[in-house]
Design a protein around this ligand. Structure first.
Ligand code: DX5
Ligand code: ZN
Length: 227
């Protein structure tokens, strides 16, 4: 694998919601591979963000694959709504989804890519039994809820262990990292084995254009040997 196979998924949580359509267009022009959409319900995480209606609006504004991260209690209740809204990937947290196996299959039967996610304090073992079914395994590199937090460096060890487990078993899932990814932390995340990098504040910020920010992020992982 080479670095060009690492995908970048800007998180619109850091975007200017007053001009969301323009911001997603800027991300697409800057070479974003996916758009990462953080759905939060104020229960599973201490923040409330967007629901299916916003996902539907973004769907209409962009052709990029929508990588939808459900940080909500009992996410299985809303899978059909996010499918209808135009999601391409639906990522479920193991902590909030009791029947994870069933929910993953609900996503796959709808023809979408299914992902599973874990928080920094959740052991990798909680994903082990479903890794063979998923397209994406997401390691939370911050405690979920907000953009702009610092990456918890110890989570990268979990990324490496996940990468090894996938290789040992021959499972094809992509390894996604989410939280605190920027040009300083991205190289270590890629070395640990990440193949999809979510970036919120590092892409949408007030100090540089989306295009310049994306170029800086891409440049930071050029020549980095993937794990
Ligand atoms: C955290 C969210 C992330 C967040 C990432 O709860 O799941 O997707 O938007 O933002 P940054 O890259 O700024 O940490
Ligand atoms: Zn996220």
């Amino acid at each position: 694998m080479n670095h060009s196979t690492v995908k970048i998924a800007p998180s619109v949580l850091s975007a200017d919601f007053g001009r969301l359509g323009e911001q997603v267009t800027e991300a697409a022009r800057a070479g974003a591979d996916y758009l990462h959409l953080d759905v939060m319900d104020g229960h599973f995480v201490p923040n409330i963000t967007m629901g299916p209606v916003v996902v539907e609006g973004i769907r209409a504004a962009s052709d990029l694959p929508l990588n939808v991260h459900l940080m909500i209690d009992r996410p299985e209740r809303y899978i059909a709504d996010f499918v209808k809204a135009g999601a391409d990937h639906i990522i479920l947290h193991s902590e909030s989804c009791l029947h994870l196996h069933r929910a993953i299959h609900q996503v796959k039967e709808a023809g979408l890519q299914a992902g599973v996610a874990i928080n920094p304090s959740t052991p990798l073992a909680s994903l082990e039994e479903v890794l063979c079914y998923v397209d994406i395994a997401l390691i939370g590199t911050v405690n979920p809820g907000f953009s702009g937090q610092r990456m918890i460096p110890e989570t990268l060890d979990k990324v490496s262990r996940l990468r090894n487990l996938l290789s040992e078993r021959g499972y094809p899932a992509a390894v996604q990292v989410d939280g605190g990814i920027n040009p300083d932390t991205a190289p270590d995340a890629v070395r640990a084995g990440a193949t999809i990098l979510v970036a919120g504040a590092a892409v949408f910020n007030r100090t540089e254009s989306v295009d310049a920010a994306m170029r800086r992020l891409r440049r930071s992982i050029e020549g980095v040997e993937p794990g």
